[in-house]
Design a protein around this ligand. Structure first.
Ligand SMILES: Cc1ncc(COP(=O)(O)O)c(C=O)c1O
Length: 337
């Protein structure tokens, strides 16, 4: 969306946007924005929301203030790199809790989690809806993670940047609404499709952690961009309309791709996403997946992300949230034939 598109959702606010004051903003995040964010939760108040520059700043800062060398971290794998690599850079030990390829897409073995826990385990990092598999933990699985973490005194960092893009079993709850000893990560970049705003946030009931994060932010960005905070507040006031539009686009693209995957069963396992805009399709070709992606890019200008980026060979990541998805899939089809 452009700024113009966004302001069209609420025509009365154009002059307010132009009058936005360009001084420093509040380090915690603009109070109107924090109110709009906290309204997304069942139990989180604006003072339990800390706004950051995108989700990435929040991941980095959280790991810096929370982890000590030697701590053990369990993370849902494969993963967005910084969800485990920042911990590695701090001399922590990390153990992947791996999603697995089943006959009908990805699945998660909940029984593996307790076995990964060690006396030094301080943190479990999960991400749902999941990048890159499109897997979505069910309400029962989230409750199980919360109870295993509680029993063992382990903190949970739940990356929910794709939350709101769930269609089959309704929107899931924010993890910090079901577990005290946790933090939920949200952002405007993914479900809302507004990464240029660079507005993300954490929500947590842990006030000690909150204060440490607030202090640490004074060494990274101090405060957020005032125009971005204003625009994010407008987008969140219209969150239903934006999410409905984005879910409709993703579903239309998934339906369009179904016929493609039916015709190319010798080359791909579909692994349709359960939620969110991305899927991790198994590639059955004889060549390396990097070579396949490189030739496709060169010949058609279409990028499929090779799974090796996530340390998983033999997979390609496809994005279903783009308006030009169908055109790109037609070009992939042309390349194959
Ligand atoms: C799972 C996950 N978490 C966090 C981020 C970082 O988001 P942002 O670009 O808003 O900082 C990404 C971006 O791709 C992501 O996929």
């Amino acid at each position: 969306m452009s700024i113009d598109d966004l302001l069209s959702l609420d025509p009365g606010v154009r002059s307010d946007f132009l009058a936005t004051w360009l001084g420093y903003t509040e380090a915690k995040g603009d109070p109107h924005l924090r109110a709009a964010i906290s309204a997304l939760y069942e139990s989180i108040t604006p003072d339990e929301v800390l706004v950051h520059s995108g989700a990435e700043e929040a991941i980095h800062n959280f790991m810096q203030v929370f982890l000590e060398p030697g701590d053990h971290v369990i993370y849902l794998a494969p993963a967005y790199q910084s969800l485990y690599d920042v911990a590695v850079s701090l001399d922590c030990e990390v153990s992947p809790w791996r999603l697995e390829q089943g006959e009908n897409g990805w699945f998660l073995d909940m029984d593996l989690l307790p076995d990964l826990i060690r006396p030094s385990t301080r943190l479990i990092v999960i991400n749902t809806p999941h990048n890159p598999t499109g897997y979505s933990l069910s309400a029962a699985q989230l409750a199980q993670v919360a109870s295993i973490a509680d029993e063992n005194g382990i903190f949970v960092f739940c990356d929910q940047v794709y939350k709101g893009l769930e269609w089959s079993d309704g929107p899931h709850r924010w993890f910090c609404d079901i577990c005290d000893n946790s933090l939920s990560l949200g952002v405007m970049s993914k479900s809302y499709g507004l990464p240029g705003l660079r507005i993300g946030w954490i929500a947590t009931r842990d006030q000690v952690l909150y204060k440490k994060l607030l202090n640490y932010k004074c060494y990274t960005t101090i405060c957020n961009s005032a125009p971005s905070e204003f625009l994010a507040t407008i987008a969140l006031r219209h969150h239903g309309a934006i999410l409905d539009r984005n879910i409709a686009l993703i579903q239309e693209n998934i339906d369009f791709a179904a016929e493609f995957f039916d015709r190319h069963q010798e080359l791909f396992v579909n692994n349709e996403p359960q939620a969110g805009p991305i899927a991790f399709h198994k590639y059955l070709g004889k060549d390396s997946v990097e070579d396949f992606c490189a030739s496709l890019l060169e010949s058609q200008g279409v990028l499929l992300l090779p799974g090796s980026v996530y340390g998983v060979d033999g997979y390609v990541r496809m994005g279903y949230g783009r308006a030009d998805f169908q055109d790109c899939l037609i070009r992939l089809d042309r390349f194959l034939s």
